[in-house]
Design a protein around this ligand. Structure first.
Ligand SMILES: O=C(O)CCC(=O)C(=O)O
Ligand SMILES: [Mn+2]
Length: 201
């Protein structure tokens, strides 16, 4: 019954062309989602993100963490990070997401947005360390935020709200042809945690 529900919710491709994005809606109950939110907030080794822009080191307000099944190295925004090993809860989440999505993952980037002031600009997740056209599964916990995608050539946009305890799957050629972002907003004052499960090669 549960799997039938996920198939129903995720059947539609949200993109009109050049990639596949499926939104599964809330895959966890309110209690489960609250549980994961609290545990991750308190057990993840959150750090301010760093990036190099025009040769200057910039420290973001948003916090990040990088975990995986081995001490993978991952370079993005010109900074290389070494993965910490799965915590029990991350491993549990990874397994649940793999069952629901039918995909496999070996690593996870976590983001902690303290309020709507913090977001993430247009980008695609196509760094050379990632499997080409590999699926990316995004789990959201906490404040509901808008997520947008924009086609690199046609500039078409698609947007949706990512609910507490929800799953979004981006796969196929999505990262090649589309950018995505989490726009900042004045309307939201509560924190949000996002997990993106990925495959490092
Ligand atoms: O917070 C989100 O929903 C998006 C995060 C994201 O795009 C990323 O970590 O690459
Ligand atoms: Mn991304």
């Amino acid at each position: 019954m549960e799997l039938f529900k996920f198939e129903m919710n995720s059947g539609r491709n949200l993109l009109p062309r050049d990639g596949i994005v499926n939104y599964f809606g809330r895959i966890f109950s309110e209690e489960e989602a609250n549980h994961f939110y609290n545990i991750l907030l308190n057990t993840i080794a959150w750090q301010n993100d760093e990036t190099i822009i025009f040769g200057k080191r910039i420290v973001t307000k948003r916090k990040v963490a990088w975990y995986g099944q081995r001490e993978f190295e991952y370079t993005y925004s010109k900074v290389t990070k070494k993965a910490k090993l799965w915590t029990p809860e991350l491993l549990q989440l990874k397994k649940e997401i793999e069952t629901i999505s039918g995909e496999t993952f070996n690593s996870c980037l976590l983001n902690l947005y303290h309020s709507g002031d913090e977001g993430m600009g247009w980008h695609s997740d196509a760094e050379k360390d990632l499997k080409k056209n590999g699926a990316i599964a995004s789990v959201s916990l906490g404040a509901e935020r808008k997520f947008a995608l924009k086609h690199k050539q046609t500039k078409e946009t698609v947007s949706l709200n990512l609910e507490h305890g929800s799953l979004l799957l981006m796969k196929g050629t999505t990262q090649t042809h589309w950018l995505h972002r989490l726009p900042p907003t004045k309307k939201i004052h509560d924190p949000r945690i996002n997990l993106t499960f990925r495959t490092i090669v």
